[in-house]
Design a protein around this ligand. Structure first.
Ligand SMILES: C[S@@+](CC[C@H](N)C(=O)[O-])C[C@H]1O[C@@H](n2cnc3c(N)ncnc32)[C@H](O)[C@@H]1O
Length: 407
């Protein structure tokens, strides 16, 4: 059913909010202040959603999405907002969520750090079904694509060359790239594949080809990793380990962590969820020592290599689950945490309180779980400042760096 709507504000997913039959309706691709025509769906009893069909009165903050697949592809969701609007939307979202769920004063949330709107992602994951592409919005159906506006240029060169190959038994194609253009193609497979075929078709396009089967990776071409430079440090990125997907953003994020950490060279740091040791190594020149804990074995191996590559002598990384019992650490001044989207488990929170640092820097990619955790940490720590960082332009996701000081 079609109807016209005035959009009053945006929800946390960047959808326009209006009213229909006296109920709230969430409208895709609509901006606050606009009048639009939309197709209404009742998704559950009295819960309405809609898709914009026509913009009647256009917001000055609307922009024509640069991506030809934007309407269907589930990768980006706010590309119809110009970049200043995207930044304001994210800053306001963080203020709203942290006030609502952790009662943090809005003036503690500082100006968002911008990155670049397009061509920033150093990793993409293509799904292989009948066609190669990304999942459609809210579906496991694959939308075929031939380019990705948010990916680094080198990744786009590769996508274009590989989308029409024969991918029997391949589930996903992951492409990673550094800013300098070093690349890796990773094939996540479900059974045997014709390796010779992929070597012939891909060798001239990339520096590395890796096969992942049942969680185990095997390099069939190249050295099996790429190396990125952030500030004065070099970081090895392999097929399975985590690296921040926005390299420019990662540098800005780590600079903020360093600023909030305000370390003295006689101070000790505990880096939890440390991945390949990036934050710990980044802080190492201003600390006495850094202990990093990380659950993923491949990331820990990469972290050891990163320590060696960068010749840092005061960083130690161990494979440990932060949600289980951890060693006793004495005289830790700063704990840095950078958990996955799910945030900190109860045990992780109690481990941190046990370490009893003077300061905590919490790096979060989900302001909802961040506010849940801050609500608990707030009993012993004062939330001093939160800085959002735009690590994921054109999506509703936002990263936050938060400084807490012992009361
Ligand atoms: C958001 S990443 C952050 C990595 C790193 N700080 C960085 O900036 O690249 C989260 C990391 O936490 C690790 N992780 C997830 N659950 C964990 C747990 N229970 N204990 C330790 N590490 C965990 C993941 O393997 C991943 O490397």
């Amino acid at each position: 059913m079609k109807d016209e709507f005035k959009i009053y504000r945006l929800d946390n997913f960047g959808r326009g909010i209006s009213y229909y039959n006296g109920k709230v309706i969430f409208i895709e691709n609509a901006l606050d202040g606009e009048n639009i025509e939309a197709e209404v769906k009742e998704v559950k009893k009295n819960i309405y959603e809609a898709d914009t069909i026509r913009v009647i009165d256009k917001s000055p903050e609307r922009m024509e999405p640069r991506c030809p697949f934007y309407k269907n592809c589930g990768g980006c969701n706010i590309m119809h907002m110009n970049y200043p609007k995207q930044l304001r939307f994210k800053e306001e979202k963080v203020r709203y969520l942290l006030k609502k769920f952790a009662d943090i004063d809005e003036d503690k949330i500082k100006q968002i750090i911008a990155t670049t709107q397009f061509g920033y992602r150093n990793k993409i994951t293509l799904k292989v079904r009948e066609k190669v592409g990304f999942y459609k919005k809210k579906s496991y159906e694959v939308v075929p694509i031939s380019s990705c506006q948010v990916a680094l240029p080198k990744i786009n060169e590769i996508i274009n060359e590989i989308i029409n190959l024969d991918y029997k038994n391949v589930d996903e194609i992951i492409i990673k790239s550094t800013l300098a253009g070093e690349t890796m193609i990773i094939l996540k497979v479900l059974g045997d594949v014709d390796e010779e075929y992929f070597l012939t078709k891909m060798e001239h396009l990339t520096d590395n080809i890796v096969i992942i089967q049942d969680g185990i990776s095997r390099t069939i071409f190249g050295k099996g990793y790429i190396t990125e430079k952030l500030g004065d440090y070099f970081f090895k990125i392999s097929s399975l380990s985590f690296f921040q997907v926005n390299t420019d953003g990662a540098k800005k994020l780590y600079d903020k962590v360093k600023e909030y950490g305000s370390l003295q060279t006689n101070e000790r740091v505990l880096d939890l969820y440390c991945g390949t040791g990036t934050i710990g190594i980044y802080l190492s020149d201003s600390a006495k020592d850094v202990n990093g804990l990380e659950i993923n074995n491949e990331a820990v191996q990469d972290a050891q290599d990163n320590i060696a590559i960068n010749k840092v002598v005061n960083v130690k990384i161990e494979q440990k689950d932060v949600s289980k019992v951890i060693d006793k650490y004495e005289n830790i001044e700063l704990v840095v945490v950078d958990p996955p989207r799910s945030g900190l488990s109860k045990k992780a929170l109690s481990n941190i309180l046990e370490v009893n640092p003077n300061r905590i820097v919490y790096v979060s990619c989900d302001p909802a779980t961040l506010s849940r955790d801050l609500n608990i940490l707030k009993e012993n720590y004062e939330v001093k400042e939160v800085t959002p960082v735009d690590m994921f332009p054109n999506t509703y996701h936002v990263e936050c760096v938060c400084l807490l000081m012992k009361k």
